[in-house]
Write a protein that binds this ligand. Structure first.
Ligand code: GLU
Ligand code: MG
Length: 433
């Protein structure tokens, strides 16, 4: 019998899952002793180039596998997929400057300190199955054509400890969507990381390639990641809904939304991180082009989602919003860090969210848009990086030195697309996400 292996992994600034393997039999020992990790690995881009690194060839870190983040799934016709996520610290135990999981832990703590509230998060992922005939959006025929794959995928996700909520054949060519049940923030982000890997592995065993790249065809829609967010009190009561609040939001939910809306253009470079992400984030692609709040509008940056009841208690249980300007090239740890820090900042400053917008914001002139108080999201990856680099507020959410490293990483990555047409760039990203 071959020796079963498990891989200790992290989700890095390239949105890639990287790590080191060891014998499954050594798991307990490894959770106590860790796995060595190299600082300059943070600068390995999605295309496997290495961006300028302040660490050079020096230094050693420890990746600490977290026994709460072990995912094991049977993959038809392939070895069992086993991954365990973890945090990275220096050799004295201090969380590393570029450890995205530690960043998320800090954001969760800040939100709790600011409000006493806990976030629950559900990730909704879209992806494209390459190697499948296009067409059949939402159709039974399209659904049935991949039923073997879909059923295997849902089983694998369940085995790995996830609760898939729905699976559908989406609108885009050969596009699918899978949504998980809400979980506390760290668990939700860990599951989102594992979901992408399990989906890719199951697709491979059915002869497809699952691509989570933000967009594959400029004439169609992209692959979004919608992050459904709700806030809960310590006693388990929901804290989102107030029938007489702006857009039905409680004071806390309104403050958190206001913080997210205020900082969204500054942190968009983290949630929509590739050279092609902003092709997706254009008006009329049902993604998000503005930092706006809207009710049940699929073009809103922050969308208040529908409920399926008129009973006030059940409305309160269901009421939540979703952030729509993320894609799967971003580490879920980083996306959630941004959302929770922004929400916490709104709560700390007791902000009040604006009235929800309505209608198509893209038809407004610059001055009409300015009069609404709504900021557009950056239109290019370079503009997004500039916003990030000049935001003292967002920079304060992360350890000193992290944002310059991130910007260097992304500039190096974007250089790979220079001279490429948008179609070529989308193709390149389709092969690595
Ligand atoms: N594909 C759209 C996006 O890029 C989302 C479509 C939808 O599910 O509303 O975000
Ligand atoms: Mg969708």
């Amino acid at each position: 019998m071959p020796e079963p292996l498990v891989m200790a992994c992290l989700s890095d600034v390239a949105g890639q899952v990287r790590g080191k393997g060891f014998a499954l039999a050594d798991l307990d020992k490894r959770c106590r002793s860790g796995v060595g990790w190299t600082p300059t690995n943070v600068q390995i881009t999605c295309f496997d180039g290495i961006a300028p690194s302040p660490y050079g060839s020096e230094g050693d870190l420890i990746l600490w596998p977290d026994s709460d983040a072990l995912f094991q799934a049977e993959i038809p016709g392939a070895p069992t997929l086993r991954m365990i996520l973890g945090d990275v610290a220096d050799r004295t135990g201090v969380p590393w400057t570029c450890c995205l999981r530690s960043h998320l832990r800090s954001a969760i703590e800040r939100l709790e300190a600011a409000s006493g509230l806990e976030a629950r998060v559900a990730f909704e992922h879209e992806f494209t199955l390459i190697g499948l005939e296009a067409g059949s959006a939402f159709s039974l025929l399209g659904f049935h054509a991949v039923q073997g794959f879909s059923e295997a995928l849902i089983s694998s996700l369940q085995q790995a400890g996830m609760e898939p909520d729905s699976f559908l054949r989406e609108y885009g060519p050969s596009q699918f969507e899978v949504t998980l049940a809400p979980k506390p923030a760290l668990r939700a982000a860990d599951e989102a990381i594992a979901l992408r890997e399990i989906t890719r592995a199951v697709a491979r065993s059915f002869g497809y390639r699952a691509s989570f790249a933000p967009i594959l065809d400029a004439n169609s829609v992209g692959n979004g990641v919608h992050v459904h967010l709700s806030l809960w009190r310590k006693d388990g009561q929901p804290a989102m809904y107030a029938p007489d609040g702006v857009a039905g939001l409680s004071r806390e939910a309104s403050a958190a939304a206001a913080g997210i809306l205020r900082h969204m253009p500054d942190f968009a470079a983290f949630t929509a991180p590739t050279a092609v992400s902003f092709i997706r984030l254009q008006p009329h692609r049902w993604s998000a082009a503005f930092a706006n709040l809207a009710i049940q509008d699929r073009e809103a940056g922050l969308r208040i989602c529908p409920v399926n009841t008129t009973d006030p208690d059940r409305i309160a249980q269901q009421y939540h919003y979703e952030y729509r300007a993320a894609d799967s090239a971003a580490s879920p740890w980083l996306v959630l860090s941004c959302l929770l820090h922004a929400a916490a900042s709104g709560l700390e400053e007791k902000l009040v969210c604006p009235n929800p917008s309505s209608g198509d914001l893209s038809v407004l002139s610059e001055s009409e848009l300015a009069a609404t108080g709504i900021s557009p999201l950056p239109r290019t990856p370079q503009a997004a990086l500039e916003r990030l680099g000049s935001s003292a507020v967002v920079s304060g959410w992360f350890p000193e030195g992290f944002i310059p490293i991130y910007i260097d990483h992304k500039l190096h990555e974007f250089a790979a697309s220079q001279g490429q047409s948008p179609e070529e760039a989308m193709q390149s990203y389709a092969t690595v996400y």
